[in-house]
Design a protein around this ligand. Sequence first.
Ligand code: SF4
Length: 493
Amino acid sequence: MKVKTEQFTHVAEQELKNVRTRALLDYISSIIDARREEAMSSFSDPAAALAYGRAIRAEAIMRMPELLEEFEKKAAAHGAVVLWARDSKEANDIVLRLAKERGIRYVTKGKSMVTEEIGLNDVLKANGIEVFEADLGEFIAQLLERPPFHIVGPAINIPVDEICKIFLERGIMREPTTDPVALGAAARAFLRDKFHHLQMGITGVNMAVAETGTIINVENEGNIRFAKSSPRTQVSLMTLEKVVPTMNDAMHLLRLLCRNCTAQKISAYVSMDSGPKKADEIDGPEELFIIVIDNGRSRFYGDIQAREALRCIRCGACMYGCPVYMKIGGYPYGWAYSGPMGQVLNPLLLGLDKTQDLYRACTLCGKCKEICPSGIDHPKMFLSYRAKDVEGDEIYKGKRRSWKESAAVELLTWGIRRAWRWNLGAKATRPAINRYADDGKLKNIKGTFEGWFRSRDFPSMAERTFHERMDGRDSSETNHCRSEEEPTGKQCK
Ligand code: SF4
């Protein structure tokens, strides 16, 4: 998957004009909060359940190195082969080698964000191995060569007539239909045939239990279970942070995951695998490879605040709560992870310089933090990315401001402190801004204020702020009082 995070503003502008996307997101936002809250209320004490889940994730990340070692030992004892990949290239090379050694021509894949992160599909395709996404939404997105729109519904925004058209073009069905059930049945029949002759299935991992060496997958369609049980070889890819201490912890997180993700108490399928098929079992792969991928995580693990991002269990609840995501959808984020989850993770994985628009596109309303079952403080992280970017940071590849940008910010900061200064500046600058806007030249202005000028004027500032009015204080530079004692009776300082 190509990284397109630097196109955030451009794609967001396009999506804001997309009437279908807007209507869909408006509809989702009108129902999702109530459903999630209803699902959470099935806990006898929802607040305690949330706090417990957050504590589990905090502990899992704090103990991550030792838990991963324990997981490897336990999984190997069950007959699984655990392989470690430093980066996406190493991970892709391992999958490719395993496929080539077995003479495999095609694989099916269960929905997995980590394979999006490392760009596995492109690598396999470039090496002559066909990939069939087995999740219906991912399958449609793959056929249309589009990125996933949403973590749970990768193709939820695609109209049925477009799906019908691509299915006919690719020979997935012969007769046109816009009946969603018939479209689903056509995809199922097509993929079922692939499963019957499948030699290698590739999946992600929702949780890896250190205590038992078990990998857990959560889904609603059954395709991951197919991809794991029908082929001879199963390859499961996970990132470092998927490890959890115990099975009890995993079960509690599973309850939180389903409630926050799809407002279900439990998803339709939960698969748990401890090693490959045993001698007395009828289903399951003969060999199981678990690839544990770092891909930059250990680089920031030493930073206590940054490592908080690793707590994420990919439930997607923060997207539904985010006023920005709910206006623009998933495409603008330009990579595997979107919404607040992506705004927190992508800068750490890709560098602050490539993701500036992501951590700046936040109102700091705090809704994501409030609902996150993993206890991530998104706003705090966005503020720290902004600060690191300004200061220039080697680890996170922040870009130090040029002297021109710094001078402009200093001037703006000085001007904004007093209403009269701001209003004088706005009055002087407004005609020039309007002229540039009319000439269409604003798109040529690069730098700190580009986004601002493209869609805004310089509004005038009220002479006195709300708080000053309430306090009865004056806002002039000398900050003197108009009378010795204000009408409120408050003594002037
Ligand atoms: S950041 Fe929190 S709310 Fe968002 S996907 Fe991750 S766990 Fe869920």
